[in-house]
Write a protein that binds this ligand. Structure first.
Ligand code: GDP
Length: 628
């Protein structure tokens, strides 16, 4: 295929609607949010809309008088005014009543390409290889299996190829391909998910036949389930005399992973990475599962996917492994990765072979980006440098704004607010407790609190300390962690803070249930508690023209900051509560002063200070724990 042909074809099918001209689709990228005509239209008897609509907007779009709509709704017992916004169900009902089929379409401008829901016409889709991640307990043989699969039946090296570690590889098997991510373990998997990227279709859970289900096996199961990936079990080390696959399957059943021969639907394969036995069955099982999953993609669109790994190569500059998840990436394409952009100058596969084009599920190492992206960043290819540059710049701006605005993680207060807007919501919870009994009891009782609006999902309920891995899972799944009779250690607390994950610790089960119930009913109020952030002693009092009375002070503890809440204490009696008005060191105004330094302080609207008074600064923070 000539480059030009490929280009046109891709452009034609780019986006949701195949009957749009390439020009329109392109302009859709540059679309500004207030271009109204795109929000709703009738397309071949199907009413397509993308945003909530008012009665009058719908009336115009489906060419039906407003009165007729209001009259119909009235007959259904709904009193609705012209400018009232209609919900999706009502729009659907009205369309059917007035003779249209309907479809809600998510229109995303290219800046937010991670949210792009690709909804290509089924006739454009082609089968794509499954993407597999290998997980399991340490030393159970994950790396050995990844290596052994790579080298099974390699009928001579590919021409010119030198095997390279690029983070993933493709294995050909019975005329089909399987893409294997070669960083094993759930840490990388979940870290990626925490960044919003989900690349794995199938998780191969490795369990050593002589060791059975171990703590990280269980963690891996939780992580795979939370991600919605399919699980295939590889019972490894079958060459060892102590191998006992029946025991492994029994132990897995206790974790709700039920093998086919035990009446469940999980494929299990007995293998030995050492002798190579069973690896072909494992590949067969992966392909069988993939077939059942009907994994498809449209190769005729610009590529979209995820960065698997990236580094700075001394000779070649920024280098990244991209997993193409949909579409085709061609040498010369312009791509936006995270907030940077570049032109694909060179693209090689895991065998070091240069590729001109790479289709869905292919991992490729690329050169040509302006900077090193981060693993888990999403990428998308664009037809022109101009578009790529604009999108990258818009994304960089958005990222800055987000950083200013804090995180997107959900807190109990956020959930409570969502409930109050009437939206249906999942509430994901991770339970850790001192005993398995309490964890299970909490899980059962928490799940019972689900109602029509909030579905409570306990992703994990186990005995044991709250770990980094729990925090990552919580971050990836927007979950709240409940600790019962446990206190997270400082490192985990720090991690939770970084990931903006809320950890709540309690010593009474009932109080946890009460709190969650309040959230579910939209009646939760964060209990605030006071945290002293600094204190200073007033050593002398003086006046400055235009400023007023200044407290020459010495900071005893913490820091004193301008604008912070504070109180003035004299002989243990609080005589003023207000704010720090200004701070000065020598002649300079400063924003804050730390322990061990002298400074001049003025209080907001208060001048009656004395030597020996204490100024105490404090802030109100959400109470983290009760009785713990
Ligand atoms: P990982 O930590 O899960 O990646 O485990 P590795 O692949 O590093 O394997 C851990 C140890 O188990 C190594 O010493 C391997 O040689 C050994 N091992 C892996 N697979 C097999 C197997 O099928 N049979 C036997 N006997 N040993 C194995």
């Amino acid at each position: 295929m000539k480059k030009g042909e490929n280009f046109d074809k891709k452009q034609q099918h780019y986006g949701h609607k195949k009957n749009e001209s390439p020009k329109m689709r392109q302009s859709n990228f540059e679309q500004r949010p207030n271009k109204k005509q795109e929000l709703a239209k009738v397309n071949g008897g199907v009413f397509v809309y993308s945003k909530p609509l008012s009665v009058s907007e719908l009336s115009e779009a489906i060419n039906t008088p407003i009165n007729a709509i209001i009259k119909y709704l009235f007959s259904q017992g709904k009193m609705i005014t012209i400018n009232q916004i209609l919900d999706d169900d009502t729009i659907g009902e009205l369309c059917l009543e007035f003779g249209y089929d309907f479809k809600k379409e998510k229109v995303v401008d290219a800046t937010h390409f991670e949210e792009l829901e690709i909804d290509d016409d089924p006739s454009l889709l082609e089968e794509r290889p499954p993407v597999v991640t290998v997980m399991g307990h340490v030393d159970h043989g994950k790396t050995s299996i990844i290596d052994a699969i790579r080298h099974t039946n390699v009928a001579g090296k590919e021409a010119g190829g030198i095997s390279q570690a690029i983070g993933a590889y493709q294995k050909e098997w019975n005329g089909k391909k399987v893409t294997i991510i070669d960083t094993p373990g759930h840490a990388a998997f979940t870290a990626m998910r925490a960044r919003g990227a989900s690349v794995t279709d199938i998780v191969v859970l490795v369990v050593a036949a002589d060791d059975g289900v171990m703590p990280q096996t269980i963690e891996a199961i939780d992580h795979a389930k939370a991600a919605g990936s399919e699980i295939i079990v590889a019972i490894n080390k079958m060459d060892l005399p102590g191998a006992n696959p029946v025991r492994v399957k029994n132990e897995l059943m206790a974790q709700e992973v039920v093998a086919e021969d035990f009446g469940g639907d999980v494929l299990t394969v007995e293998v030995s990475a050492k002798t190579g036995k069973g690896l072909d069955d494992l590949l067969d099982a992966i392909l069988l599962k993939a077939e059942m999953m009907e994994l498809k993609a449209n190769p005729n669109r610009y590529a979209i996917g995820t960065v698997l790994e990236a580094n700075l190569d001394k000779g070649e500059g920024p280098k990244a492994t991209l997993l193409i998840q949909n579409g085709t990436l061609s040498q010369g394409d312009y791509v936006v990765v995270g907030t940077i952009y570049g032109k694909i100058r060179r693209m090689v596969n895991e065998n070091g072979v240069s590729l001109k084009v790479a289709g869905p599920s292919t991992p490729v190492s690329v050169i040509g980006l302006s900077e090193v992206p981060q693993a888990g960043d999403r990428f998308m290819a664009f037809p022109s440098e101009k578009q790529a540059k604009e999108v990258a710049e818009a994304r960089a701006l958005k990222k800055k704004e987000e950083e200013r605005g804090g995180s997107a993680a959900l807190t109990l207060s956020d959930l409570n607010n969502i409930v109050n807007t009437g939206k249906i919501q999942d509430m994901n919870i991770i339970v850790k407790a001192d005993t398995q009994g309490s964890a299970e009891s909490l899980k059962a009782n928490l799940e019972k609190l689900s109602n029509d609006q909030v579905r409570i999902k306990v992703l994990e309920a186990r005995a044991g300390a709250i770990s980094d891995s729990d925090v990552l899972l919580a971050s990836a799944s927007k979950a709240i962690i409940y600790g019962f009779n446990l206190r997270p250690d400082a490192r985990v607390k720090e991690k939770a803070k970084e990931e903006h994950v809320e950890i709540r610790t309690y010593r009474i089960i009932y109080e946890i249930l009460e709190e969650v119930e309040a959230v579910v009913k939209g009646m939760y109020k964060a209990e605030l508690t006071e945290k002293v952030t600094g204190s200073a002693e007033i050593r002398h009092r003086y006046k400055i023209t235009d400023v007023g009375v200044v407290a020459g002070s010495y900071v005893l503890d913490g820091t004193i900051k301008v604008g912070e809440k504070c109180r003035l204490i004299r002989d243990q009696v609080v005589i003023y509560e207000g704010k720090i008005n200004s701070l000065a060191r020598f002649k300079d105004r400063v924003k804050e002063v730390s322990k061990g330094y002298e400074c001049g302080i003025t209080l907001h609207n208060y001048q009656d200070i004395k030597e020996g008074d204490i100024i105490e600064c404090f802030e109100m923070v959400e109470k983290e724990e009760k009785n713990a």
